[in-house]
Design a protein around this ligand. Structure first.
Ligand SMILES: [Zn+2]
Length: 377
């Protein structure tokens, strides 16, 4: 908008130097210019000044105040999800100064997708009531606290907060987008999620940051995984387990290759795969090449033992919630492995999630404090 006033001033200045026909020429140009700007403003430009004062003041506080701005906007009677999406979108893009998305922009589609994700989020908030961050969850940084979160069955309790496990559907996403840079634990990892899940996690993190949970806590370490990615992960880890059970070459190689053929054979099976599909096919593939993994530690039961041992921590290909684009593994202060489970449950970041994640549509897979799933449809 600064350009507008500057250009207009220039135009007026030019006009003032002229007289007669030349002045009329400028006067016409000036009228056209004003009309054009007026049209742009009414149709294409987002003006924070048109918002109710209570929303404006939250808007000016920047992205961290988004829950407040959204809540105030809903309270002020704005129930149009497009309008709410504008508030969220432009709050996260102050560099646009309210300029609407134009087809000539290189990242046009990306911006449109982001805007749509905000609208989706606004709709959810309209349905569920605005987000409220529970006080008491705001304890500084990601440091460990003395309040240990307790697990009971499918729920975790941290002080006054409880989260009950809910699992997401596993079907493949129709669409995924790259996770914005500031949410990636490793900036080089081009992680992907469903657009609405990416937007919801971004909003969750902004809210956590405003509450004192500092980066890199809650940054994303793993997100959408394709069937082939999960297949490689599973094959490599499974071979590793057989090795730990004392199996050696050449058996390890035939295990690795049979696992590989199993993954390929099941590739086109609908997702999610039935629970026992993998081991059944694996036994068949092992037998077909006369591969007998009787490891010192597992004996004739080695196959069953190795598969169940791994399945506790790694999903079989075709059964991972990460296939859905709804699952996220986040950073909670240490490597995401079973040895760090209780340590992670003691972090303030985890406690914050237990208190607040459900407001944003996320639920925890209880055995893995780092694994969160978006369970809204
Ligand atoms: Zn996970």
């Amino acid at each position: 908008m600064m350009t507008y006033y500057k250009d207009l001033d220039d135009l007026v200045e030019e006009a003032m130097k002229c007289s007669g026909v030349a002045f009329e020429h400028y006067a016409t140009k000036l009228e056209e210019f004003v009309a054009q700007v007026a049209e742009e403003h009414s149709e294409r430009v987002f003006l924070p000044s048109s918002l109710p004062p209570s929303v404006q003041s939250a808007f000016k506080m920047g992205a961290l105040a988004w829950p407040l701005a959204l809540q105030r906007a809903i309270d002020a009677g704005i129930t149009n999800s497009g309008k709410l999406a504008n508030i969220l979108f432009f709050m996260h893009h102050p560099e646009r100064k309210g300029r609407s998305i134009s087809k000539s922009e290189i990242n046009f589609q990306e911006l449109v997708d982001e805007w749509k994700a905000w609208r989706h989020f606004a709709k959810i908030q309209l349905d569920f009531g605005a987000v409220q961050v529970k006080p008491g969850a705001s304890v500084g940084g990601g440091a460990s606290s003395n309040t240990t979160c307790k697990v009971a069955g499918k729920s975790v309790t941290c002080g006054d907060c409880v989260i009950v496990e809910k699992r997401a559907h596993t079907e493949l996403p129709s669409d995924t987008i790259a996770i914005r840079l500031e949410l990636r634990y490793n900036k080089k990892n081009n992680l992907k999620l469903r657009p609405e899940v990416e937007a919801a996690w971004s909003q969750l993190v902004a809210s956590a940051r405003a509450d004192g949970i500092s980066a890199p806590y809650l940054k994303v370490r793993s997100a959408f995984r394709s069937y082939s990615r999960q297949s490689r992960l599973w094959r490599n880890r499974l071979t590793g387990i057989f090795r730990k059970m004392g199996c050696t070459e050449p058996v390890l190689s035939c295990i690795f290759n049979s696992a590989d053929r199993t993954n390929k054979a099941l590739k086109n099976l609908g997702i999610p795969h039935p629970k026992s599909a993998w081991i059944k096919r694996f036994r068949y593939e092992l037998a077909s090449v006369n591969c007998r993994p009787n490891c010192p530690e597992g004996g004739s039961d080695s196959v069953q033992k190795a598969v169940s041992r791994l399945a506790k921590w790694t999903a079989r290909p075709g059964r991972s919630k990460h296939h859905s684009g709804r699952a996220i593994d986040v950073y909670l202060g240490s490597k995401n492995e079973k040895g760090n489970v209780s340590k992670q449950r003691r972090t303030e970041a985890f406690r914050w999630l237990v208190c607040n994640a459900a407001h944003f549509g996320f639920s925890n897979y209880i055995v893995e404090p780092w694994h969160w799933e978006y369970t809204r449809n």
